[in-house]
Each structure stands twice: as structure tokens, then as C-alpha cells.
Design a binder for this molecule. Structure first.
Ligand code: ZN
Length: 549
């Protein structure tokens, strides 16, 4: 039977296919054969689409291992302030955005740096009021673990006089006895997010239990579809969505069944401490998967927050705060019980852990599951690992833990300033901060992603950041890994982390035809981010992005 699609005259790296491979044939969504142009041409029939790669680079589609599709889709309609610094620049951008979006219930800026108004002044409601006082305004910090609202938004949300939210979230109070505008973690941010049309349906704290109108459902599906197209533009063929509930599962199933999702999606059940081990049964409400397109089978937990809000759980005291290490978002006994139950059910666990104390507590939980249930191919994951204690580096591989890391997250990379993160973190943690190389050298499987919309989604940009990363001081180890290692973390590594290594992440006959064609030079990414860009994306044999169109 002739091929549906043939790509000829391509450059294929030896890490992905045997030497001499320049062409590929695709049939019924699968890779039919790899070989020389001459060998592959034989699969051409009258209906076959033939693409001349003109020497461009062909590789497996990118697997983005940590992303928030719903929230990402929502940010596509917000103002990106990632490269904006200084009051006047922020004011101009926000007033312009307000003028062009007169109907928004609340105006959102996102990707906001903690030092947007300077290193010695964190954003607060007074600064935001000076920009815009008569409409609700909210700035989402670049890590999405913090936000700043103006007085109008705080009043409408009913939290100007503060709110007692319990552990793990805080409405920060000012000297005047009123909220100063800083909202730490999801529990606090949610109060303001409820002012928008989306309410908090895209949010990390949303459980998906509300009754949603058909109109809102349609709206939400369109947002996720937009996020899917945005991923396809960047060469992504599989995305691991990192927060999920039964509502999102339903939306994504509708999209997948209708052929409206231009990539494969994996969606976990997100749980908090209060759910306890019993809460894991909520995954049964997700309904059926869509084979090959939509996968569940995982829970997502948060052990801590981030350094910039002092919510990262540390193994040693924070600098200049003797005795302070923050608190785990899930108490160890409950976390361990949740791990044991999830593991017993054959689910994969993915835990957000940024502080070295959080990483340790997470490893402890995975170890407890191993002791209780015995060995199985569990591939429990730790998300981020911004910092890790030296002795814990050695505990990852023996437990089969997968490191899910983001090359765009280290301060100093991807336009992120060094402050306040590096100071709050403390210098003694720098040598093992974002330690991709040390982790990889210890035989720990590595999967890359961006945490979009926390960081820009482009895998090529993330690889550029990985290749050009600079140590924060002369005595800090070089954590860079090679280009091939980066590409593997975005393909084979991602497939392994998703239990899909027998289907994707490589080029081999019989595997899914998930491909990306790159123009320019991947090697040039070590010099400049503009060296390479995605020309064509193919998912399951279908073209999901074509730059020439
Ligand atoms: Zn995330």
C-alpha cells in the first residue's frame, strides 16, 4: 500500500535513526519505513504527499513534559509582561491593554517578574492603583504562584481587609492594616480570579465540580483548542498537562474525539492534602481515555510553592530567617499515605517540589510506596527540582524516579532576573540548583518541558536556554548538557516519562508518526535563539502546523 506522506532529503541525527537515513514514509498514522531517498521513494503512490525537506532537520515531535494547557490558553488573551521592567514601561503597556480590552471584567498581565518595579520594591496595590484605579487589575507573577491586585480588585473580591486562608496561601497585609495587594499561592489568587469570566476554571486550585453552562463549556474548549494549535506551531506533538480534574478531562475528551486536538495530551488528577488517600478515587470520574490521544493514569501533587514567596520547603533554614524553612503543603504522613495508595492503584505520581526540603519529602513518599507495595515500574516523577540536597541526588535513580525539569526556569535564563530568587534561596543551595547535569550523570531519566504559561513554550527556545546557561558565580558547577542530550530529554526522555517509549520519542518503523521538521541550525541554538525554527509538525501522520501555509 502506498504511503500517505513521504519526507525526502532530510537531515536526521544519529541519535534518532541509523546513519544514511534521509527519508521517511508514513502510512495510516505510523512510520512505515526509514531509509535513503531512493528506498523511501518506492512507497510513493498517486495520492502520496511528498515533501522535500531540502536538507532540513527531521526528528521526532517534541514531547512537552510539563505544561498547563487550559491556563496557557487563557493567557493567550492576557498581556505578556515578561520582558517589561520599570513603572513607566509597565504603565504604558497596561493602559494600552486596558484601552484595547474595554469589556474585560478584570485586566490581567502575566509573566510578571518580581522585580518589575525595581529590585527594592515588590509590586503592591498602591503601585497598581497609580496605573489603573477604576477597573480591577491583576498581575500574575511569572511562576503563577503569586499575584498582585489593585484596590478595586481586592474590594470586589472581598479581601481588602484580609482573609484567613489557612496554611499554604496568604493575603499579605500592609502596615495600614489592609491587604497590600500581594496574593501568595492558589488559595489567595483564586479569590481575585473569580472575578473573570473564566472564574477559576483554568486555575490550579479548581476542582471542576461547579455546574458550567454550555456556553462556558464551548468557550473553554475553544481556549484549550487554541493552546493545542499554539503547541503544534512549536513542534509539540505530545503535551503532559500538569493539572487536571474531571471537568478538564471531559473537555479534552470532547476535543480528542472530534479530532479537534492537534496533539496527544496526558492529563493527571490534581489533589491536595485535604483529599487524602481516599481522594485518589476521584480519578474514576474522569471517564474513558481516548486511546493514543488522551491519557490519564496519573495524579499531581504540590509539596511546596516557590522561593520568591518563601513558600519553597527547605531542608536548611532560609538565609537571614533563622529557624524558618516554610511548611509542606501536604504533611509527610498524609503525603506518604497518598503515594502508597496511588502506587497501589498503578498510578504514576507527579509532585511539584522546588525547595530541597520538598524534594526530600517527595523522595520519602515514593520510597514509602516502594516499601509498602514492592517494586514496580512506577516512574514516579518529581517536577522542577529547583534545588536538591547533595545526599538526595543519590536517592533518585535507585527508586526509578524521573526528573521533570524546565531549562527556562533558572534565574538568569529566559530573561528571568537573578533576584530575588538567588538571594532568597541562599548561596549554599546554588551548587545543586537546577542540577540537570548532576542528575543526568547519576542515571536519572530526564524529561524537559517549560511549565507554560509560566515560561515561553518553545522547545527550541528552551534548548537555547539550556545550552547557554551561565553559572551564578565562578565557583558554581557548569550544569549545561549537550544539544543531543537536550533533544533526547524533549523526545525519548519525555516518552519514557509518559510510559510511551514503545510508541514515540524515536524514529522507527511501526511507531507513531509524530515528527517535526526544523529549519536553520539546531547547533546554532548554542549561539542564538533565532538559529532554528519549526517548519512543519506532524502528529499521528497528520500535518498540524505548516509554516508555508
Ligand atoms: Zn506547573
Amino acid at each position: 500500500m502506498p504511503a500517505d506522506l513521504i519526507i525526502l532529503n532530510a537531515h536526521v541525527r544519529p541519535i534518532f535513526a541509523p546513519p544514511g537515513t534521509t527519508a521517511i514514509a508514513v502510512s495510516e498514522g505510523l512510520l512505515l519505513e526509514l531509509g535513503s531517498d531512493e528506498a523511501i521513494r518506492r512507497h510513493a503512490g498517486p495520492e502520496t504527499r511528498i515533501i522535500d525537506a531540502n536538507g532540513r532537520e527531521l526528528m521526532p515531535g517534541f514531547i512537552e513534559s510539563h505544561v498547563h494547557l487550559f491556563m496557557g490558553g487563557a493567557t493567550l488573551a492576557m498581556l505578556n509582561l515578561g520582558s517589561v521592567f520599570g513603572f513607566e514601561a509597565a504603565r504604558a503597556a497596561l493602559l494600552d491593554f486596558a484601552a484595547t480590552n474595554p469589556g474585560d471584567e478584570i485586566l490581567y498581565g502575566y509573566a510578571v517578574n518580581y522585580v518589575i518595579f525595581g529590585e527594592d520594591r515588590r509590586p503592591d496595590r498602591h503601585l497598581l492603583d497609580a496605573i489603573l484605579a477604576d477597573r480591577p487589575l491583576c498581575l500574575l507573577a511569572t511562576d503563577l504562584h503569586c499575584a498582585w491586585a489593585n484596590t478595586r480588585a481586592l474590594k470586589l473580591a472581598g479581601i481588602l481587609n484580609g482573609a484567613d486562608l489557612g496554611p499554604g496561601a496568604e493575603v499579605v497585609m500592609g502596615d495600614d492594616g489592609l491587604a497590600n495587594g500581594e496574593l501568595r499561592e492558589f488559595g489567595a489568587m483564586r479569590r481575585v480570579r473569580m472575578l473573570s469570566r473564566l472564574k477559576d476554571r483554568d486555575g490550579l486550585g479548581y476542582e471542576g465540580r461547579d455546574i458550567v453552562s454550555d456556553e462556558d463549556r464551548t468557550h473553554d474548549k475553544a481556549l484549550i483548542r487554541m493552546a493545542g494549535d499554539y503547541c503544534a506551531r512549536h513542534g509539540i506533538t505530545t503535551a503532559v498537562n500538569m493539572d487536571g480534574n474531571a471537568y478538564q478531562a471531559g473537555l479534552m475528551r470532547d476535543l480528542a474525539l472530534a479530532g479537534d486536538m492537534p496533539m496527544r495530551v496526558s492529563l493527571p488528577l490534581r489533589l491536595e492534602q485535604r483529599h487524602g488517600p481516599e481522594g485518589i478515587a476521584l480519578i474514576d470520574d474522569f471517564g474513558p481515555e481516548v486511546p493514543g490521544r488522551l491519557h490519564f493514569g496519573r495524579i499531581k501533587l504540590f509539596m511546596d510553592g516557590v522561593y520568591d514567596t518563601w513558600t519553597a520547603l527547605t531542608a536548611t533554614d532560609y538565609p537571614a530567617r533563622p529557624g524558618f524553612r516554610s511548611e509542606p503543603l501536604i504533611a509527610p504522613a498524609i503525603f506518604n499515605a497518598m503515594c502508597i495508595e496511588a502506587d497501589r492503584r498503578g498510578l504514576q505520581i507527579a509532585t511539584h517540589a522546588v525547595g530541597d526540603g520538598a524534594v526530600r519529602a517527595t523522595i520519602d513518599g515514593y520510597e514509602a510506596a516502594r516499601h509498602a507495595n514492592g517494586w514496580r515500574d512506577s516512574r514516579h516523577r518529581i517536577e522542577h527540582i529547583d534545588t536538591i540536597a547533595r545526599e538526595d541526588l543519590e536517592r533518585l535513580a535507585p527508586l526509578g524516579i524521573v526528573a521533570s525539569m524546565q531549562p527556562v526556569h533558572p534565574p538568569g535564563s529566559a530573561g528571568l532576573p537573578l533576584e530575588p530568587t538567588t538571594t532568597i534561596m541562599g548561596r549554599h543551595r546554588w551548587p545543586t540548583a537546577f542540577a540537570w547535569r548532576m542528575i543526568r550523570e547519576r542515571g536519572v531519566p530526564l524529561a524537559f518541558g517549560t511549565d507554560w504559561p509560566v515560561s515561553p513554550i518553545s522547545p527550541l527556545y528552551a534548548i537555547h536556554c539550556a545550552l547557554t546557561r551561565q553559572p551564578w558565580s565562578a565557583d558554581m558547577p557548569d550544569q549545561r548538557i549537550s544539544l543531543d542530550e537536550c533533544l533526547l530529554a524533549y523526545t525519548t526522555g519525555g516518552a519514557y516519562a509518559g510510559f510511551a517509549e514503545d510508541r514515540r520519542g524515536r524514529l522507527e518503523p511501526g511507531l507513531d508518526a509524530d515528527l517535526v521538521l526544523i529549519e536553520g541550525s539546531l547547533d546554532g541554538l548554542a549561539e542564538t535563539e533565532d538559529a532554528a525554527r519549526v517548519a512543519l509538525t506532524v502528529c499521528g501522520g497528520s500535518i498540524t502546523f505548516d509554516r508555508t501555509l
